[in-house]
Design a binder for this molecule. Structure first.
Ligand code: APR
Length: 321
C-alpha cells in the first residue's frame, strides 16, 4: 500500500499527540522532527510499541535530521514556544518567527511539494511568514485556529443548552487572538438557532444576550484559560485534534467546509492577508474560500480582527522577518 508520508515539525506536547492520532487513524507514515536530541525518537518508539494494542500499521520515525522529511505529502508545524501564564499569543512573536523562518526554509528544501498546516503561534503571523519564506502556493499553506476556536464555542453552547455537542454547528472567524469573531447569528443546533433556544430557555431576550455574550467571551479567552490552569504550557489535545481534522480532509480529499486560516486575495476585502474564514479543504489544500454574508456588526468585528492581524504582520516585518 502506498501510504502518505506525514512530517511533524516539533515533537513537543502537540507534536506527540499528533503522532499518536495519525497512527491510531492510520492516516499515514509519521516522521517526527525536533531539534531536541533523542526525544522524537523516544516518543515515536513509545507510540509504535502500542501498535499491537491499538491495531495500526504505519511506520513512526523520530529524527533530528530534516533530510528524513523528504518527499512528505503533508507537513504539520508546531515548532516554537508555547505560552506561559500571563502571556498573549502575540508575546511569542520574536522567538517563534525566528524558529518559523528556519522551519520554512527546511520544508521548502526537503519537502517542496507538501501541503503545510501551521499550528505555532501567533498563528496568523506564523502562517504568513511560512508562506513568504517558502514561496509555496497560497493554497498549500494553511493555519489551524478556526476549527479549535469553533469547537470551544460549540462545547460551551452544548453545555449551556444541555444538548449533544455533536449537533452544535458554530463557527469562529477572524484572527486567532482576542479579536476573533464567533458568529452567533449562524450558530445552530441541527438547524435550530442557538439564540432562539436561549430565548426560550430564559424567556427573556436580554438574559439570552447576556448568556451568549459570556460564551463568546469565554471562547475568545479559552486558550488563556487552559494556559492558566496548566501553568507550564498551552493547550495541546484540542489543537492536535483540530489539525487532524484538517489533515484527514486533505488526505482523504473530503472537501470539508471548515474554518481555517487561509490566504485572502479579494475575498472579505482582506487584500492579501492570511486570516480565519470558512474554506473547502481537499487534496489540493484550500480548494475554495467560502464567503458568508456578514451584517454590519459582524463586518465591523471581522475588520477589527483583520486589522489586528495586519498589525501583527507589520510588527513582524519591523522585526526584520
Ligand atoms: N525547529 C524544530 N523544532 C523546534 C525548534 C526549531 N527551531 N525550536 C523549538 N522546537 C520544538 C521544541 O523543542 C519543542 O519540542 O518545538 C516543540 C514545541 O513543543 P512544546 O514546547 O511542547 O509546545 P506545544 O504545546 O506543542 O505548542 C507548540 O503550538 O499552539 C501553539 O502556542 C503554541 O507555538 C506553540 C506551538
Amino acid at each position: 500500500m502506498n501510504r502518505k508520508k506525514i512530517a511533524l515539525i516539533g515533537g513537543g506536547q502537540i507534536g506527540g499527540v499528533l503522532a499518536q492520532l495519525i497512527a491510531q487513524k492510520e492516516l499515514g507514515d509519521v516522521v517526527l522532527f525536533d531539534i531536541v536530541e533523542d526525544m522524537p525518537q523516544g516518543k515515536t518508539l513509545d507510540i509504535a510499541e502500542a501498535s499491537r494494542v491499538d491495531q495500526f500499521d504505519v511506520s513512526l520515525n523520530g529524527t533530528n535530521d530534516y533530510k528524513d522529511i523528504s518527499g512528505a505529502d503533508l507537513v504539520i508545524v508546531t515548532a516554537g514556544l508555547p505560552r506561559k501564564p500571563g502571556m498573549s499569543r502575540d508575546d511569542l512573536l520574536t522567538t517563534n518567527a525566528g524558529i518559523m523562518k528556519q522551519v520554512a526554509e527546511a520544508v521548502r528544501d526537503n519537502a517542496p511539494d507538501s501541503i503545510v498546516i501551521i499550528i505555532s503561534n501567533p498563528l496568523d503571523a506564523m502562517v504568513t511568514l511560512f508562506q513568504k519564506v517558502s514561496g509555496f502556493p497560497h493554497e498549500r499553506v494553511i493555519g489551524q485556529a478556526g476549527i479549535l476556536d469553533s469547537s470551544r464555542f460549540s462545547t460551551f453552547i452544548a453545555w449551556e443548552l444541555g444538548v449533544s455537542v455533536k449537533d452544535v454547528n458554530a463557527m469562529v472567524l477572524g484572527g486567532h487572538g482576542d479579536t476573533m469573531v464567533p458568529l452567533v447569528r449562524y450558530a445552530n443546533v441541527n438547524g435550530v438557532p442557538v439564540m432562539e433556544m436561549l430565548e426560550r430557555k430564559y424567556g427573556d431576550e436580554a438574559k439570552a444576550k447576556e448568556v451568549i455574550d459570556a460564551m463568546v467571551n469565554r471562547t475568545k479567552m479559552a486558550g488563556g484559560e487552559v494556559v492558566k490552569l496548566l501553568k507550564t504550557g498551552s493547550a495541546f489535545y484540542s489543537p492536535a485534534s483540530s489539525a487532524i481534522q484538517m489533515a484527514e480532509a486533505i488526505i482523504k480529499d473530503e472537501k470539508r467546509l471548515l474554518p481555517t486560516c487561509a490566504y485572502l486575495d479579494t475575498e472579505y476585502d482582506a487584500g492579501g492577508y492570511f486570516v480565519g474564514v470558512p474554506t473547502v479543504l481537499g487534496a489540493s489544500g484550500i480548494e475554495k474560500v467560502v464567503e458568508v454574508s456578514l451584517n454590519e456588526e459582524e463586518s465591523a468585528a471581522f475588520e477589527k480582527s483583520l486589522n489586528a492581524v495586519k498589525g501583527l504582520v507589520s510588527d513582524m516585518e519591523r522585526l526584520g522577518f
